[in-house]
Write a protein that binds this ligand. Sequence first.
Ligand code: NDP
Length: 428
Amino acid sequence: MQNYGKFYQKPWKERINLISQNEKLTKDQIQILKSSAQNRFLGDTMIENYITDYSYPEGIAFHYLVNNKDYLVPMVTEEPSVIAASSHGASIIAKAGGFVASTSERLMIGQIILENVEDSKKLILEIKELTKNLLSVADRAHPSLKRRGGGARWLKTRILAKDLVAIDIAIDVQEAMGANMINTMLEAVAKKLEEVLNQQVLMSILSNYATECLARTTCKIPFELLSRNGIAGEIIAKKIAQAGRVAQLDTYRAATHNKGIMNGIDAVVMASGNDWRAIESGAHAYAARNGQYRGLSTWKLSGGYLIGELELPLPVGFVGGSIGIVPLVSINQKLMKITSARELESIIVSVGLAQNLAALLALVSEGIQKGHMRLQLKSLVIAAGADATEEDAIVDRMLQEGKRDADSAKKILRDYRKRDKNDRSQLE
Ligand code: NDP
């Protein structure tokens, strides 16, 4: 390891110099690192060892009609086709009357794991006796939450093994995601348990398996809205329902099915300043809630309609974490015209279902590659070195020649430039 000692204590300029020298970055690379560092104060506040800002593109998905309200949906993603597919899925559902979304209470579960338990049944009885007291210890550790109408709601115990007991405390987090608040509350309760019961605590932390903070959305699409390329809507609806069934039966398919749902969900979670790792882990745990990993959405046929449904844990915040400090997040909240975490949950779960519809529709009709191809080829030709004036021509050539790989992109670009040069020299 090169000399990076106390990197975190060095001023930003020194960090850049050090990393540039040690890693032998070129002048251009150093310039990119420096010019990308758009908000050094914010970066240094948010993370450790900050050097620069790594930016993702943000776009808007349209046609979202959720609970009779129209929304613009900002999405942050690096993947081509996600926003186009999202708008496409949403537009079909809007024509069918839109999404009907709902949310459960916003309770997050905090866990205190007790270890070296000698008599778990006795311990559980003692904890039961102390429940009221422990809940008020939790509330006193973050009193502003209770003042806002939230706070600790209930406590349950589970025996994990002969020597391990879990205490689950449900906390109403109001408008926040709640991780930091809960962790503070849990630590206070853990301390109390150690004092009163002389019981060893292994750890205290929130669970990302947010089964008490669920969002659900449904849509009801008449068959005729699904017809494609001369194929009747009813046939497509049946194929989508069949594809949904496969995702319930087969884990290989379910993982990809859910990846498609998360394409949309993560993009809005990021745009709204929320923690996408927290949402991802909760979603996948929920997909396996019955012992087998399954598709998060279901698609069924009923009386001339395709009925889609999606439910997953969505403990997103409207305040807290990085939400209040990243200016783009406030702009995105304004674009969405949302006023609460529940409203955000309703949008996000609906985006997941629209994304899923668009993917399944493409898969069972023209195949997924067709829609993706042009955007993916664009990324390929840019990686091959094409600039903005060349990009479209090279993509067209690749499509004409049926080429899809990086070597072909480079060769076509070389030929194009040679021809372009020849054409120019003939003109001169
Ligand atoms: P914060 O620590 O920022 O706490 C929420 C803040 O929002 C508090 O300061 C609270 O103020 C304020 N607030 C203002 N209005 C409200 C309201 N109406 N309802 C609720 N709070 C309000 O964030 P969280 O506790 O939400 O934690 C989220 C962060 O934790 C994320 O950045 C996440 O990445 C991170 N994290 C995630 C973990 C995980 O998922 N496993 C683990 C650890 C951290 P006041 O203080 O006055 O109550």
